[in-house]
Design a binder for this molecule. Sequence first.
Ligand code: GLN
Length: 282
Amino acid sequence: MPLSIEALLKQTVQQLTEAGSDSPQLDAAVLLCFVLDKPRSYLLTWPEKTLDSEQSAAFDTVLRRRLAGEPVAYIVGEREFWSLPLKVAPHTLIPRPDTERLVELALEKVPVEPCSVLDLGTGTGAIALAIASERPELSVTGIDLRPEAAQLALENSQNLKITNTRFLSGSWYSPLTSDERFAVVVSNPPYIDKTDPHLEQGDVRFEPKSALVAEENGLADIRIISEQGRQYLQTGGWLLMEHGFEQGEAVRSILLELGYNQVSTAQDYAGLDRVTMGCWQG
Ligand code: GLN
């Protein structure tokens, strides 16, 4: 007997709850819409509709993956960030809502005149594309160590018809020419310490370690970005980096030691230290 959408959702929410999902309702709805290829409103409009056998089999497959812990964003291959639907893949971090705070703060620092912005460790291109979509007159560069990530970010820009971005592949600033200067450099780098138990929990287990973990208690990449940033920031340019909620003081010290000015830390939507920034006066 085929189940109705309503009954299937109810049953799925229960299974996901038992499996320990933090967001069982949302997971169930997103997975079902993915299989049905319909918007979310369809589930509410047609609760009595039943799935055909092909749809049921497809739903069983995706639900099994989710019950085994795989992130919904990897199963459906998409995650929304800054209202932009982005393709995601297992070689990129899944964009987080808190990283939108980094975008807001970066947009506040971008001068009014057209200029260049750099996003280091761009992954899906989330930060670069969010900034570029808000300010079409800017030139936004995204760099990622992994060529597959730079390629995915490029595909995302094409799907979204955002034309003021370019994506390069290489370690931090290395793909740039030495004369390039940016008004704003932004990054959500790896910043988790390798012994952090958080790495063994939930969605994070499936994300690339290279996008999450850094040496030196998670500060090694933040230090490199800050050190080398001095060469690529224009006078009065701003560096803004996301970091762990307990790293604000350490990141401010790094920026101050390197000679940045107006160094401060801003909080995420939960009120936790999340983004530290500094101005480079040259
Ligand atoms: N904020 C993410 C987490 O705690 C980590 C993102 C990152 O390392 N850049 O899961």
